[in-house]
Write a protein that binds this ligand. Sequence first.
Ligand code: PEP
Ligand code: MN
Length: 310
Amino acid sequence: MMPRKIAGQVRLEDLERICPILSRRNHPEFEGKRQLEVEIAGVRFGAGVPVVIAGPCAVESEQQTMKLARSVRAAGADMLRGGAYKPRTSPHDFQGMGLDGLKILRAASQETGLPLVTEVMDVRLVELVAEYADMLQIGSRNMQNYPLLVEVGRSGKPVLLKRGMAASLCEWLGAAEYIANEGNLKIVLCERGIKTHAGSEYSRYLLDLNVIQAVHEETFLPILVDPSHATGVAAAVESASRAAIEFGSDGLIIEVSNYGVEAGVPRPLCDADQAISPAILRRIIAFIRNREGASEAEGAMVSADEAEPN
Ligand code: PEP
Ligand code: MN
């Protein structure tokens, strides 16, 4: 029996129609395993060597952010993360430091030389956040905020597009197409765990490792994995990171804290349970670097600046 087609439902076979710009099938220049290379201040996504982004969930103070930026740099991270505008379940929870947070992040990025990715949640703030960040993050909750996607597309800044927690691959790539449609191909995808019927009995979300290969088959965009939000449990982050790399992820974005490591560091206000120490981060990065020696980077790359959006 033929599978029933439900009106409005999108399937992988619709991908060439939904994503003519980003569908791998429409681009002979990305034949085989060739990928788009997205470069940010010397950090190259999709170039065959996994990229590691690390930092706090949220900027909570200048001291916390500066110290942590130095720690993640010393551990070998390639880029700094941290939220100044936080999407929180309750409006009564810490919402982020806003502009002050952006300034702190910029200073931390400048001091360490680590390019910065930070989230923008509001169309009205795209221009401002783009002044401070090297890469704009679209969070899971905003993956289908189409006006926001158009605006970050127009900004011309590299974009880290996290997967909506209930989004199919088609919906996710459709969201990426909105950015690409503005002539901006500097897009890096990020799997950050999805909601399933299993709920959150034992983990915050379900890490969909299979989607890494599917992304590589259907498009030429690089994909990262966020093991922190995907598991919600610090003890699971290292093994989830290793698994993601084994499944072919082009990198990781990880939440780190010095809480419990350095005296006087307060417990993070946001996502404390999933933050790993800089020492564990160092171990994850060592795993990646040791593995690199063993495997050869495959295929030539095409840079985002060279590739034609249409
Ligand atoms: C984050 O990375 O800070 C974040 C809020 O992640 P997500 O949008 O995936 O929940
Ligand atoms: Mn977080």
